[in-house]
Design a protein around this ligand. Sequence first.
Ligand code: AP5
Length: 225
Amino acid sequence: MYVYAHVNDLFAMNLVLFGPPGAGKGTQGSVLAERRGLMKISTGDILRDAVRAGTTLGIEARKFMDAGELVPDSVILGLVREAIEDAGSGFIMDGFPRTIAQAEGVDAMLDEMQKSIDAVIVLEVPDEALVKRLSGRRSCPNCGSIYNVYFDKPKHDEKCDRCNAELVHRADDKKETVVRRLDVYKQQTQPIIEYYQTHGAPVHTIDGDRGIEDVQRDILQILDR
Ligand code: AP5
């Protein structure tokens, strides 16, 4: 037990996994979190849980999500603060920050907690590949596993390999919504790369248009440097 905790402490890092919808943030983040004992903080997953639970937050957030728009910064920053406080040693942020205001907000929060971002990993994938990936994505509403009917099929059609739950096609993966999400990414989220370049967090860009294992290997190489 002691050795396990000690090894995890060696890898304790705070990371941002960055990229457009469908770039593979969730896929890579889950593998990395497991391999390195880090907590994955996905604002998308937190919001989808709230939608499923029918909470006030979920009912409000759903309107934005189904339209491919961003949920207001004030709501998101509150959720992230709670998640970081629970994260202990090391976290991977997936799908956050998504606006300059969120990047500034989390920097202030981390300063207060005497933490910082160790690396920002940007996954680059062309738009055509993103549209295909999202149209083929299937997710497990129970354990969060991600599959793809073109690239990473479940063993049994439409059932999760891990927990056997029925897989779902996300409501915001419809083509019109995907197109809007890509626009929102370019307008509101991409400028954050420059923000981090000028605010000191090391930014590493990776070609995300390759096999899942190849991308993961590059991420691990960067983190091990
Ligand atoms: P969120 O859930 O964060 O969605 P997203 O950022 O649009 O990203 P995705 O989850 O669609 O893609 P991903 O990069 O994780 O790709 P994945 O690994 O699944 O947000 C949803 C909505 O919530 C937003 O639109 C917004 O409304 C709201 N929201 C969330 N956070 C917010 C915030 N901070 N502020 C405001 N609003 C917020 O992979 C995609 C598919 O490709 C999968 O099927 C996978 O199997 C496959 N795949 C992955 N890697 C590869 C590969 N290398 N080769 C082939 N296929 C691959």
